[in-house]
Design a protein around this ligand. Sequence first.
Ligand code: HEM
Ligand code: HEM
Length: 167
Amino acid sequence: MSNVKTIPQGYLKVQIILHWIVVILIGSQYLFKNTIASAWDTIRSGEDFAFHPLILLHVVGGSLILIFMVWRLVLRVRYGVPASPENDHAIFKVISRIVHVAFYVVLILMSLSGLAAWFGDVVLAAQAHNILKVVLLALIAMHILAVPFHHIVLKSPIMKRMTTSGD
Ligand code: HEM
Ligand code: HEM
């Protein structure tokens, strides 16, 4: 492997696998959020909460998301990501770059705020966690809508970029 950084032709297999694992983990965080949210309310009202496996799932799932996002960030910085599709208008290139980078920032902050709330009892961190969950949903909506938009309007099959690796 050469040390010279060039723009890659496609995402690495490891980048693709991590992308889809994180998608599943995020889905599970939203799907099973109620148990940890009600345990949190119980703690805030000064009572003891009953242990539930879904609480552990949220803590472990969220921590894995943090580890995987840091790993992906290292890969992005060291290896890079492919250039935007050629027929993308400049404005879409900018928007997609902003959304992609925002995912890293929001997911890392979301995990850290969850950990600070749960293990440090920081109420402000729980409030931040609750605001970030809405920001993350907005990013996901934009990100998912971009797929049919690229396929139908811009006629560029971007889905292939996250299913077929460049290595
Ligand atoms: C990126 C990863 C994470 C996502 C997407 C996520 C998502 C969520 C969502 C959607 C809620 C429900 C909030 C509500 O409607 O009441 C929630 C609550 C909560 N999460 Fe996470 N979470 C993540 C990581 C973590 C981690 C690592 C912890 C650490 C233990 C954690 C601790 C909590 C706590 C304590 C609550 C209850 C807060 C409250 O209801 O005010 N989260 N999370
Ligand atoms: C739900 C959570 C999701 C998150 C947090 C997420 C995050 C990301 C990020 C950060 C990238 C940029 C590449 C990288 O840095 O690895 C990316 C690329 C991509 N994602 Fe997602 N994604 C999610 C869901 C999805 C879903 C559901 C689809 C398909 C419907 C999808 C399809 C794609 C595609 C096709 C690319 C490549 C875009 C390109 O570079 O041209 N993603 N995603």
